[in-house]
Ligand binder design. Structure first.
Ligand SMILES: [Zn+2]
Length: 191
């Protein structure tokens, strides 16, 4: 069976025990989490939360992109969240290449790339320059990326000064969450 069949069977099992929960439209814990799309992160579970508790906004790196901020502003303005958590993580794929490497690989081809001791490679042929204008939001320093993103959200003109924004690093290997002290300073409400 392929994945398509597996998820059909998996959903049937899920729905059989799901019941009619009629959860409210607003998250019960009035919070939003911005984190990475990484397959090793199950955001609510690692925080001891349950379905219905918070919004979860995910992208590559858990970065405070324009679209992540769009979701956070909707989460606050329309859906009742009152505090936000930015969680990046150890061994993030976004630390394994640079924006310039990404652009060069896309110019080379649209085929999957791979990495060995010499760096990133692909088979080449039929690439595109459309990646040149995209900010891929890669990063080299984990605590700095959390601090930068918390500050970016804090300083956004559509984000109210009173909303708390907390920055954390999640350790993929130990399962432990650590506060990023510099991000806490960056997040201090300005009013
Ligand atoms: Zn990641």
């Amino acid at each position: 069976m392929g994945l398509l069949d597996d998820i059909a069977a998996g959903n049937a099992a899920w729905a059989a025990t799901h019941g009619n929960r009629n959860l409210p439209n607003l998250p019960a814990r009035n919070a939003a989490i911005l984190t990475c799309m990484d397959h090793r992160i199950v955001p609510l579970r690692l925080l001891g939360l349950s379905v219905g508790d918070t919004h979860v906004i995910r992208n590559a790196g858990g970065r405070a992109s324009d679209d992540a901020i769009r979701s956070l502003v909707i989460s606050y303005k329309m859906l009742g969240t009152r505090e936000w958590f930015v969680i990046h993580h150890t061994r993030c794929g976004m630390m394994t290449f640079t924006d310039e490497e990404m652009r060069a690989l896309l110019r080379s081809s649209l085929e999957p790339a791979w990495r060995d001791d010499a760096g990133w490679h692909d088979h080449g042929g039929g690439g595109s320059t459309h990646g040149d204008d995209i900010d891929w939001l890669t990063f080299a320093d984990l605590e700095q990326s959390v601090t930068d993103d918390v500050a970016r959200i804090r300083n956004h003109p559509l984000v109210p000064a009173r909303i708390p924004i907390y920055g954390f690093v999640y350790d993929i290997d130990t399962g432990k969450l650590s506060e990023v002290a510099a991000a806490m300073v960056a997040s201090r409400p300005t009013a």
